[in-house]
Structures are given as structure tokens and as C-alpha cells.
Design a protein around this ligand. Structure first.
Ligand SMILES: *Cc1c(COP(=O)(O)O)cnc(C)c1O
Length: 328
């Protein structure tokens, strides 16, 4: 293991001898082999064999699409799985903590608490922007990871790229930028900065613009040492055959994705125009994603009215700074 990153890793994980599945011990070199190594059912069907544990084809396709190397890429059962795995890999329970910037995506805190890892919250400031100074002041050597979703959920705005870069440069731990909604913005992805910052991790997902929430596929981009650690603690076949095949097909159809994103954004603008006609809607927050956050007079009342009309939105009022808001 290369020394530069050691200080981030949990000692027990660093020393862990990972489980090797049958298909990892034997590497197929393209010859036709009789596979008696994994106790599978030999009667052929589309699914009698275990999936490729290293997802070689899918990773090489995604790597060339995103202009990274395969060893800078990690695939997970949705971004949700990555979020818990990055915490397991780097945070010593009862000792280290993660940092989040509420109002924010709920899974970071839930995963951390589940693994006995403390959470430090540094709320957003005016216009739902990052409080960069407060973040850097609150950070110490136990701050292993900060999670920053941009565009942010539930507020829908992107954070200022220059502020994000200041955090990456000065934060002593890992900076996870969750770009679940990146396809809906004009902002460039921070994947471009991977070579420049070794503590930068970017995650994206097939669940939103790609229209594939059902297959559960998350993509994580980081330097190869971080990816190696994630691979160590991964369950052996975490991306199933159906998901790998379906994602490969989807990658061939990115024109469709772009077309759909355009339509979604056009419809969003149309909806925003009409929302402004209602006097009980006090504010429509700027949106850089496929959803809108609004402030209303009484969020429970409006939420229930919509339910009566068979429309389900998200009542985000219990989130920090989001009193009487709905996410649509
Ligand atoms: C929707 C969303 C995700 C997606 O998670 P998956 O597990 O990949 O479906 C991740 N992060 C944020 C901020 C989201 O809003």
C-alpha cells in the first residue's frame, strides 16, 4: 500500500485480507473454460452464472464515457451503498466523524449513525450557500469525510465552484461531491479535477437523469488508492447481472438521455412560471436540478391538499432552514 494516503484509512481495513470470490481468483483470459469453481447450477440460462465481480466491461465503458481510468472508478448498488461504504472504509466508529451541510441529503447522516460514526453539521448560509469558513474552522484531524451534494437536495441550487475548491484545498479529510443531478446543470463535473486533488471523490448515479433508479447503480470517481479501499470492503458481487447488462445498453443511448433532460428542464420552467401565479406560494427557490423547492403558507395543509388530488410531493419542512417548504 502506498504511504501517502495511509492516514485516511482505518487500520483494520488497511490490514484486512479481503474475501476473494471464485471469479476473482481465476481470471479468464478469453479461453473457453469449464467452470467448476463456484458451485453454480450448470444448466444454462441467462442467469445461472455469478456476475462479473469486477464489472470489467461496464467499468471500461463508463471510464471512457467519463474520461477516467477504470482504476479511478467504483460501482455500487446505488449511491446509497457507496455512501455507507466510504464511511466504513475511513471512519473509526466512536472516534472519527463526518461533516454535512444541512439542509442536505438524508443518507449521509443515517449511514454514519448506523455505523456508530458521529456527524458534525455546518448549516448552509444565505441563499443556501456553503459556509466555507465555518466548515474549515470546525474541521479537525477526526473529520474524515465531508459530504457536499451539488446541485443540492432538497434546495436544488448548485454551490459556488470556487467555494468548493477552497474546501477541497484546505480540508484535511476526504471531500465527497455528490453529483446526482449533474446532468441537469451547465456546470462542469468535478471529475475533471480528480488528477489535481487526491482527497476529492465524486459520485454520480443512474437513478436520476439516466432514468434507471430501478437498476440501482452508482458511480464513484476517485484516485486509485481510495478505489482500492472501497473494493476491499465491497460485497463480492454487488452489481448483479441484470444491472450490468441493462447499464451497458443504456450507455449506448445517451442521446435519448440528453433529449429527456431537456424536456424535463423545459417542463420545470413551465411549472415555475405557473407556480408564481399562486398567492399562497411565497417563494420558488432557484433550481439547477430536475426538481423545485417552494415555500408556501402552510406546508402540511398544501401537502395534504395535493394528496387529496392524487399528487405526492415531499414535505421538506422538518429540514434545517426549510420551514413550510415542499419539494416537487
Ligand atoms: C437521489 C440522490 C442520490 C441517488 O442515490 P441512489 O442510491 O444512486 O439512487 C444520491 N445523492 C443525492 C443527493 C440524491 O438526491
Amino acid at each position: 500500500m502506498k504511504p501517502k494516503f495511509n492516514r485516511f484509512f482505518r487500520k483494520s481495513i488497511l490490514e484486512l485480507d479481503p474475501y476473494k470470490s471464485a471469479r476473482e481468483e481465476y481470471k479468464n483470459e478469453g479461453r473457453e473454460m469449464i467452470l467448476l469453481d463456484a458451485n453454480e447450477n450448470p444448466f444454462q440460462s441467462s442467469f445461472n452464472r455469478y456476475p462479473d465481480p469486477m464489472q470489467v466491461d461496464l467499468k471500461s465503458r463508463i471510464a471512457s464515457w467519463k474520461n477516467v481510468r477504470s482504476d479511478q472508478l467504483y460501482l455500487s448498488n446505488g449511491s446509497d451503498e457507496f455512501i455507507s461504504q466510504i464511511i466504513i472504509a475511513f471512519c473509526e466508529p466512536g472516534e472519527d466523524h463526518i461533516m454535512i451541510v444541512p439542509p442536505t441529503f438524508g443518507m449521509y447522516k443515517v449511514s454514519a449513525i448506523t455505523y456508530g460514526v458521529e456527524v458534525k453539521e455546518i448549516p448552509l448560509i444565505l441563499n443556501f450557500q456553503l459556509d466555507t469558513n465555518a466548515i474549515l474552522q470546525a474541521a479537525n484531524e477526526k473529520s474524515k469525510i465531508i459530504f457536499i451534494p451539488t446541485p443540492n437536495n432538497p434546495t436544488a441550487n448548485s454551490f459556488d465552484a470556487a467555494e468548493i475548491e477552497i474546501i477541497i484545498k484546505n480540508f484535511s479529510g476526504l471531500v465527497v461531491l455528490d453529483e446526482a443531478y449533474i446532468e441537469f446543470t451547465d456546470n462542469p463535473s468535478f471529475i475533471e479535477m480528480l488528477e489535481k486533488y487526491s482527497n476529492l471523490i465524486v459520485c454520480q448515479t443512474f437513478s436520476k437523469a439516466q432514468g434507471m433508479a430501478g437498476i440501482r447503480l452508482g458511480m464513484t470517481f476517485a484516485n486509485e488508492e481510495i478505489i482500492e479501499m472501497l473494493n476491499k470492503i465491497r460485497t463480492p458481487y454487488n452489481i448483479n447481472s441484470l444491472t450490468q447488462r441493462t447499464a451497458l445498453l443504456k450507455l449506448k443511448n445517451q442521446e435519448e438521455v440528453k433529449k429527456e433532460a431537456k424536456i424535463i428542464l423545459r417542463e420545470k420552467d413551465r411549472l415555475i412560471g405557473h407556480l408564481k401565479e399562486f398567492n399562497f406560494i411565497q417563494k420558488v427557490f432557484p433550481s439547477d436540478a430536475n426538481f423545485i423547492l417552494i415555500r408556501v403558507d402552510n406546508s402540511s395543509k398544501r401537502y395534504n391538499q395535493l394528496i387529496e388530488m392524487n399528487i405526492v410531493v415531499r414535505n421538506t419542512s422538518n429540514q434545517f432552514g426549510c420551514e413550510n417548504t415542499l419539494r416537487i
